[in-house]
Write a protein that binds this ligand. Structure first.
Ligand code: RP5
Length: 159
């Protein structure tokens, strides 16, 4: 009699995720995103902090209002790409952190940014990030303080 092939049941999404997390790949663990290239000078400070801590990361520019589909795709694929925390910086209405949190269960840390168009010295961005409706949390660090976001990300990672 020939060999009987084992009956395999399909993995659940949770089991698939757990197996993928066991792979020690060089994919970035922290995604640093921002709403505009004009945010880069500030947000690079998060990258510097992560670099000094030896935490792999990537920097991306994507706008919640100009490129909503790109933002959604990024957030939806983040966990499968190996990301574990997302840092999102934005100014003015600062929708980006919340838009990302709407599409992923990864922790999202918002960085409110002041800038040339800000109202009330950055309070617009602070409130936009802090005041997420119940059920879709976004952490919020201080105004123009991406370094704190990186430190918090490191703490979340236990790194
Ligand atoms: C936000 O609007 C960005 O995060 C940036 O802080 C602000 C201004 O953007 P730009 O006009 O410089 O593209 O979406």
């Amino acid at each position: 009699m020939g060999e009987v092939s084992p009956i395999t049941t399909p993995l659940t999404e949770v089991e698939t995720r757990a197996q993928l997390e066991e792979f020690d790949v060089d994919s970035p663990h922290v995604g640093i995103v921002m709403g505009s290239a004009s945010d880069m000078e500030a947000m690079e400070k998060a990258a510097i902090e992560l670099q000094e801590r030896g935490i792999s990361h990537e920097l991306r520019v994507m706008s919640a209002h100009r490129e909503p589909d790109i933002v959604a795709d990024y957030a939806k694929s983040a966990r499968m790409r190996g990301l574990r925390v997302i840092i999102a910086g934005a100014g003015i209405s600062a929708a980006l952190p919340g838009a990302i949190a709407a599409h992923t269960d990864l922790p999202v840390i918002g960085v409110p940014l002041s800038g040339r168009l800000t109202a009330a010295g950055g309070l617009d961005a602070i409130l936009s990030i802090v005041q997420m409706p119940p059920g879709v949390p976004v952490a919020c660090v201080g105004l123009d303080n991406p370094r704190n976001a990186a430190i918090l990300a490191a703490q979340i990672l236990g790194a």
